[in-house]
Design a protein around this ligand. Structure first.
Ligand code: 6GU
Length: 240
């Protein structure tokens, strides 16, 4: 019933952070999801609470030890827990809305946040972790990436978004970017809202928005289009 998120991190104080406010925060208060941030360091058996060591083969930085990460997972995941284990790392597969939908429709997720140079790959494989990146840039740790992933999941949970903010025709529901939006005033600093939007012709508005979506996707994200869509560009108005 409650979608359960567990985050394994060396910086549990970063949570809930922004997830405690706005849409996600209200959904948490309403019991639609829960968040537990656990300190990986608590799983260390070292008397100095060490969690990392130098990389075999040499190189800069430190690597999280597999025994410590495995013990952190064991302590966080009850017997029979079916939640997928996601490791946030810049070498992961790019996060897509399809994975977000899959995670949101399940019981929750356990998220491992990397720090230092990385995590010993043996525990990543032994625990069957799904390695995920949120984009082609490097963050100082997986915590912000975990928050991004959780925000994307939580907004899809039943009851979180009102009808007004319904996810039906948003970006990526059809592999297209969104059309541009306008509100009052109809003229602002000499700039007019496109006439079709003031016309009251619902079918024409829908066609215009579709053409805008296709145009902006061709322009900015041709990788989202099928090869057929790329070959047959729809007739389109100028980009807004
Ligand atoms: Cl998941 N982690 C880090 N450290 N950097 C990233 C990332 C993840 N995704 C993009 N950059």
């Amino acid at each position: 019933m409650t979608w359960q998120a567990t985050v394994l991190t060396l910086f549990p104080g970063m949570f809930p952070g922004p997830l405690g406010t706005a849409l996600a925060g209200r959904a948490m208060e309403r019991g639609l999801w829960s968040l537990e941030a656990r300190d990986i360091r608590d799983a260390s058996t070292d008397r100095n609470r060490r969690v990392d060591d130098t990389p075999f083969g040499g190189g800069a930085g430190m690597v999280l030890r597999p025994d410590v990460v495995d013990a952190a997972c064991a302590a966080a995941i009850p017997e029979g827990d079916a939640r997928p284990l996601v490791f946030l790392t810049p070498r992961g597969a790019p996060l897509r809305q399809s994975l977000v939908r899959d995670l949101a429709s399940g019981p929750g997720a356990v998220l491992l946040c990397g720090r230092y140079e990385g995590v010993d790959q043996r525990v990543v494989e032994a625990r069957g972790m799904i390695e995920v990146s949120i984009g082609d840039y490097v963050l100082s740790g997986g915590e912000l990436a975990a928050m991004v992933l959780l925000d994307a999941c939580v907004r899809l949970l039943p009851g979180v978004m009102g009808a007004a903010e319904s996810a039906e025709e948003e970006s990526f529901s059809e592999n297209l970017l969104e059309y541009p939006h306008y509100t009052r005033p109809a003229e602002w600093q000499g700039l007019r809202v496109p006439d079709v939007l003031l016309s009251g012709h619902h079918a024409e508005v829908a066609r215009w928005r579709r053409a805008q979506s296709e145009a902006v996707t061709h322009e900015r994200r041709p990788d989202l289009l099928t090869s057929k869509q790329r070959r047959d560009p729809a007739p389109r108005a100028p980009l807004h």
